[in-house]
Design a protein around this ligand. Structure first.
Ligand SMILES: Cc1ncc(C[n+]2csc(CCOP(=O)(O)OP(=O)(O)O)c2C)c(N)n1
Ligand code: SF4
Ligand SMILES: [Mg+2]
Length: 345
């Protein structure tokens, strides 16, 4: 007997997309952050992530609440405001086998958390660091954040007179090897960027413009959904071929630039602005500044450079997870301690 029941798609682990969801979102209906959560679930499903090998890390904010809404079988640490980067650095040191997935906000990362953020990038801590960037402190009712554009206004008329900080050019300045900007209203592009970030080693920064529909969605806000949609300027058509599909997928030559990612996957970048080279960070920074002067925001892979040493190279961490090391290997022993004490006398 045949049945017409629809088959549910499964990935290489035999899991369905439903296996990658979390609790029901409590954010405002239409919040850009929920659209990002949906693409994290999609990318994790397509990349066959094992949830128990993922650590979700965040600070405080509407954005920082979102790890609850995906991968409910992963590890999670919802820290305090601005401390996601520091907690991620600790998590990476303790266990280098987990994939660290950080979700932070523009307030969380670019104000109170700035000191931690810059050092995490400087140390090239292996982590995907997503900033859900709405230009305001959503959770505390919509004050301007440090990424708010000059001249943007709040609902009741206040004008932002301070120049914005740009997480992407800042990250490039600090040597970050994977810098991308996306828009929550462009899910297809975001999913590819997330998959490429999952195949990367080191810090992968993704700044996602994510409109706050409750406090920052009026016409005179540069971060409203409509204004963001009008200003978005995609740099590339992106394609991602995971390493296990390489033999089956034909990669055309020509205009398409290809980057081999550390796990062997391929990222294909077909430039829309033909003179844009994401491997040259100085030119990328110039292109971003010029686009900002024109009132546009560029999306896509803004900069990529593989092979930089990571935190593990700088600190010579062992492969083994610290929690599973035998006591004899982690303790220096009484003689070493006594010698140290002697030095300090
Ligand atoms: C130490 C500390 N200072 C201030 C706050 C108040 N506070 C909570 S969330 C937040 C800003 C959140 O903005 P953002 O990171 O952009 O997240 P969003 O809500 O916009 O997603 C602030 C200032 C806090 N919780 N802890
Ligand atoms: S206040 Fe803004 S950022 Fe927070 S959930 Fe609502 S729409 Fe999203
Ligand atoms: Mg915010």
């Amino acid at each position: 007997m045949t049945t017409n029941a629809p088959t549910i798609a499964t990935n290489k682990l035999g899991l369905t997309k439903q296996d990658y969801v979390g609790a029901k979102s409590t954010l405002c209906p239409g919040c850009g952050h929920d659209a990002i959560t949906a693409q994290i679930i999609q990318a994790a499903f397509e990349m066959n992530l094992e949830a128990h090998m993922v650590a979700k890390l965040s600070g405080i904010g509407c954005s920082s609440k979102t790890p609850t809404y995906f991968l409910n079988q992963a590890w999670g640490f919802n820290s305090v405001h601005g401390r996601a980067a520091a907690v991620t650095t600790g998590a990476a040191l303790a266990n280098r086998k987990l994939l660290n997935l950080v979700v932070s906000g523009d307030g969380d990362s670019m104000s109170i958390g700035m000191g931690q953020f810059v050092h995490m990038i400087r140390r090239n801590v292996p982590a995907i660091y997503i900033i859900e960037d709405n230009g305001v402190y959503g959770l505390t009712k919509g004050q301007f954040s440090a990424t708010a554009d000059l001249g943007s206004t709040l609902k009741h008329g206040d004008v932002n007179e301070l120049p914005p900080l740009d997480p992407c050019t800042l990250a490039m300045e600090l040597g970050c090897g994977f810098v991308a900007r996306a828009f929550s209203g462009n899910p297809k592009q975001l999913a590819v960027i997330l998959k490429a970030a999952m195949a990367f080693e080191g810090t992968a920064l993704i700044d996602v413009i994510s409109p706050c529909v409750t406090f920052n969605n009026h016409d005179s806000s540069t971060r409203s959904y409509k204004n963001a949609k009008d200003r978005e300027t995609p740099l590339q058509e992106l394609g991602f071929v995971p390493y296990y599909d390489l033999e089956e997928v034909e990669i055309p030559d020509g205009e398409t630039r290809e980057v081999t990612l550390p796990d062997g996957s391929h990222l294909k970048l077909k430039a829309i602005h033909t003179d844009f080279d994401p491997t040259d960070r100085y030119k990328s920074m110039q292109a971003i500044h010029e686009s900002q002067d024109r009132g546009e925001f560029l999306t896509g892979i803004l900069h990529i450079k593989t092979g930089r040493p990571t935190l593990h190279d700088f600190t010579h961490t062992v492969d083994e997870t610290l929690a599973t090391l035998p006591q004899a290997a982690v303790k220096p022993g009484p003689e070493v301690l006594a010698a140290c004490m002697q030095e300090l006398m």
